[in-house]
Design a protein around this ligand. Sequence first.
Ligand code: ADP
Ligand code: ZN
Length: 815
Amino acid sequence: MSPRYCEVAVPVPLRSTFTYAVPASINGEELIGRRVVVPFRNRAMVGVGLAVTDRAPEIARAKSSIKEIAEVMDPLPALPPKLVELGHWISRYYLAPIGETFRAMLPPEIEVRHDREYWLTEAGRKYLGEISAAETAAATEMAERELLERFATADDAVASTTVRRWAGGEAVADKLVHRGYLGARAVLRKRKTRTQKIIAWNPAVAKPPENPVEGRIREVLTATRGPIPLHLLLEKANVTRTGVLRLEKKGRLLSWEEPLTTEEDAWDTDFTPPANVLNLEQKQALEEIWGWLVAGKYAAGLLHGVTGSGKTEVYLGAIQVALSRGKTAIVLVPEIALTLWAGRLVRARFGEGVAILHSGLPDIERAREWWRARRGEARVVVGTRSAVFAPLENLGLIIVDEEQEGSYKQEEVPRYHGRDTAVYRARLEGAVALLGSATPSLETYHNARAGKYHLLELTARVEQRPLAEVRVVDLREEFRREHRATPVSESLRAEIAFRLEEGTQAMVLINRRGYSWSLLCRSCGALVQCQNCSIALTYHKSRLRLECHYCGYSIRPPKECPKCRAEYMYFVGDGAERVEEYLREQFPKARIARLDRDTVRTKREYQQVLGAFAKGEIDVLVGTQMVAKGHDFQRVTLVGVVAADLALGCPDFRAAERTFQLLTQVAGRAGRGELSGEVLVETYYPEHYAIQHAARQDYISFYEREAQFRRLLYYPPFTALASVLVRDRKIENAIRWSRALEGYFAPYERRGVKVLGPAAAPLARLRREFRFQFVLKSPQRAALSQALSGCLDFCASKEIPETAVIVDVDPASLA
Ligand code: ADP
Ligand code: ZN
């Protein structure tokens, strides 16, 4: 048989694949979509096979040193052919490195563990002879000798786990490797352990972090992720294992082993889904979808239904149809918390055949769910953004709930949009894409109007329940009347008091974490800024710290201004923590809770708070946008929105759209049960069209107005948009590279691509890096893509590092 070669996507930030020879032992195996272990730059990595050929690549003929695939991993290819095709599309469309793109589609690597092994070289054997013969030896030589002797008696390469136990350990071994006396290589080992170590912040520790390492770990564990597997913590906080173990010894961290199968989810048990009989609008929508599913061809539809119109029932009906026709289905929700609600409903309806996939699951659990889907044991997958890659075959339906949510856009490589990828995947697989929302994104509604998507509408709430009444509170007027600014307006305070008396529930949305937005010097006007980012620090009273929400940097609030030394420091802007405190002062007897990333860190805590609220054990729930979405509470009669116009101040073309969506969503939380609801929206700009249309819950009018603005200023959906960011710790580099790119982009102006920049990015400095931004717009997507893909080749030719340039196609925001 002629030799075979395989193109492998290796998870490194490079745009090319790599060619490996296929050893005879695995010749004949299916390699496309298959996970393989390959040697890469002196280490072993898990990649995925993409193409097989008999022709040796040019370089192989030249150097004849082509490496071999070391091993094939799973009994069947992890990625079915359609997903391989989808990965190629993502890599092309979003200009993402191919290996990292495929990495994002594969299951977690729980079967293998990265390790190193060492062996004695010839030079080492000679050196050992020399130092053994020497009369006197320095202490370092003694240590080296002791270690080398151990190697001399071992008859094979020695694993680093063993070397670690020997005197001198890996530190001395690595020095000897450096001098050529020991050889070393990275290896992958099969993992035998069936548990993984989970690390959590010890809640009893209130002391502020002592150093940046601790600060970063704490940030990840308390603010951004909650308890997570050790290896993920190392990656997310960018710290070493020793750093973590040291903190664990000091009692600042807690750890435990999590078993392969987790216990039954208490949230799931004793739950009976409501048995609803579909109303006329729901029936009509479902009948249409039924028609598309029966046709068995690609179709995309927008289910535009006001809040509380019962979209979920339509989704469940559609899944039922897909399954009954022997097909599979994916349900995407915009955040992890919502997988609980959606997962519970879907599981209650379809039982065992449902898998849940999201990044908050421990690796082992996620891998288990992933393979259940791959092997066909699960036929419905509910999950967040990345579940769009769920390895289901015979896909019939992909549902994207709350399709307008910004969280569907991944903000790291590969920078794909989960909704758009879902539509593309449906097209590839001849499946139905169903996008649902009460406030569709401009893009999606535009597509529906243009006839690219079918439009289905649910115009009324179920059982003729009225939409909540929305009242706009003009804060300017309030101030004139009350002559003082309180964290919550007097009108809202009075309404809450009324609900407490009446015994119903209230929700208060304040879309800022912390106690105060910033600390200001009254003398010179400077805000206390992050050392690493161009952003003001947020005050967290419970921790007595000023913190950066971007990089985790934190300091004790200074008594005097760091710039002018004046002692007139002043906290400005009330956050969720302050609002909660104020309500407790005002209503000492009420049961008040707060839901944001500072108060709930784990799935369990989240369930506890929401569960307590659902059961009526909490009267007032204060929270950030976490409270705005999806949930269905029956006894909420009041929703207050504090500082509703916060987002309007943000310099982004989606600011109005986001404000409108958030207000409409949160208004949708009121009056969902038998009781009617009221919404109070506090603002300084009551006449702004986003606020006005949200108050009337009038989507169409908002769309018309916003579309006009987008058309005039050449923004999506009327123009294809991309941003290119150049970044470096040295400002000179960032400027030089930006200038070079400016030259590269110039000729594209004539080819229909409008290029703005380079200008300082809205966040001009982030994690110590200086950032410059280009904004590219074109009415023709093809022209834009061309300018972009050429840009990466250009960078390569100018030796601008690939990691210094961030290309974002269809960015969620420009801010
Ligand atoms: P949304 O459109 O906001 O996503 P949901 O799907 O959450 O709305 O439904 C809102 C509520 O209406 C839920 O409590 C659901 O059980 C209920 N519901 C859905 N369909 C019906 C129906 N046909 N009759 C009565 N109640 C229904
Ligand atoms: Zn910062």
